[in-house]
Design a binder for this molecule. Structure first.
Ligand code: CMP
Length: 384
């Protein structure tokens, strides 16, 4: 019997099914380069950057000044043209987009930049309301005023709504800019040092607002900051060094996966260097319980390592449980080693984090072992 939550139609290609349960990224940068100047003065500031961010994620970007953080942020917000490489944000590819597509795109983004760019002649409420007038042209002035005042209240400025920028302190202006950036519930917020001018308490309030937007509205938040008081809100911290992204989280994750691979009998004879490469080539996916990962008799296309959670291996018709595997265990190697169809079906037992590797990468890693023959024989011996 198939687990109730799985439908036959979706079983045909389990891997496609796995991919569809994942969200589409809100930011996807591939091989992104950027240059300033031209001719002999042309200087490269971003080097072959890749970045994938999902809805609801809060990303903190740090790095020394001049490392390219602000350039990257302004590229993501379409405030700068993509020179070279691919960049898709909120489903819009920014490379090669028309001017009007870019204008349309920018309206969906909440910008909070250091230079506050507030209109001196407008009050706090009017400054915040402007953002709504651009994004919700059909709402009435009264609705927009109400929403602007509520937002100012949330950043602690309910008693400053009628003040103009020159009557406000630096921190208060910053909070107006934040209110303006968030009032239209944008799906993407790009913030450059949003808390730098704020005291501890106001900084926390702002960070909590951003967190609420990320969880409640599934917004993606990218914050450039040196303020280590707010690092704890980040799902991921990305460090830019000399125009290149170094992601702490990913570096750490790759090290854990390499260690797990090193403990797998099948990779016993593979050098640590290759294992590091293999870990880099793995894709990680989170799967719900009762999801079929492998179907018996299908051709083999991927190798799997359980990062967290557990799976059950079943065989035959009706299916009979063969074994349960847990974190650190691997499966799906047999078909790749022998060229035979999958010898069993595999299902998740709980929410499971799975790392997987393409057939080609798996085979190239294994080919490095002393003898492929021995490998296959041992694998058969262990698993039969
Ligand atoms: P493969 O044949 O590629 O796909 C099904 C997988 O289930 C198989 O590789 C093994 O990884 C796993 N499997 C099958 N039988 C056993 C077993 N007895 N013990 C552990 N794993 C198994």
């Amino acid at each position: 019997m198939l687990p109730g939550s799985i439908q036959r139609a979706t079983l045909f290609d389990p891997w496609i099914r796995i991919r569809t349960v994942q969200n589409t990224p809100s930011i996807s940068a591939t091989n992104l380069n950027h240059f300033y100047g031209s001719g002999e003065l042309r200087k490269q500031v971003l080097f072959a950057n890749n970045l994938t961010v999902y809805p609801g994620e809060i990303i903190i970007m740090t790095g020394p000044s001049g490392s390219g953080k602000t350039t990257l942020l302004t590229l993501i917000g379409a405030l700068r043209r993509v020179d070279d490489g691919k960049l898709a944000v909120l489903g819009q590819s920014l490379h090669g987009a028309s001017a009007s597509q870019l204008v349309q795109f920018r309206r969906q983004v909440g910008f909070i930049f250091q230079a506050h760019n507030l209109f001196e002649s407008l009050t706090a409420t009017q400054n915040v309301r402007m953002s709504l007038e651009l994004t919700r042209p059909n709402s009435s002035m009264r609705e927009n005023t109400k929403a602007a005042k509520e937002m100012l209240d949330q950043v602690g400025l309910s008693n400053r709504t009628g003040h103009k920028p020159k009557q406000l302190s630096g921190g208060q202006k910053q909070r107006v800019a934040i209110a303006r950036g968030l009032v239209h519930n944008p799906k993407l917020v790009l913030a450059d040092e949003p808390t730098a001018a704020l005291d501890e308490q106001s900084g926390r309030t702002v960070v909590e607002l951003l967190q609420r937007l990320a969880t409640g509205n599934q917004s993606t938040i990218v914050i450039v900051t040196h303020d280590n008081r707010i690092l704890d809100v980040a799902d991921r911290i990305i460090t830019l060094v000399d125009g290149e992204i170094r992601s702490d989280a990913l570096v750490k994750e790759a090290a854990i996966i390499t260690q797990m691979l090193a403990k797998c009998s099948i990779f016993e004879k593979v050098t640590p260097r290759t294992l590091t490469r293999v870990a880099d080539e793995m894709t990680i996916q989170s799967l719900p319980p009762n999801m079929q990962i492998i179907r018996e008799n299908d051709p083999g296309d991927r190798f799997f390592l359980i990062r967290e959670g557990s799976v059950v291996v079943k065989r035959g018709q009706p299916e009979v449980e063969v074994v349960r595997l847990q974190a650190g265990d691997f499966f799906g190697e047999m078909a790749l080693l022998t060229g035979q169809p999958r010898n069993a079906s595999v299902y998740t037992l709980e929410e499971t984090l799975l790392c997987s590797l393409s057939k080609a990468s798996f085979q190239s890693a294994i080919a490095e072992s002393a003898s492929l023959e021995t490998e296959i024989r041992e694998a058969y011996f262990e698993r039969k």
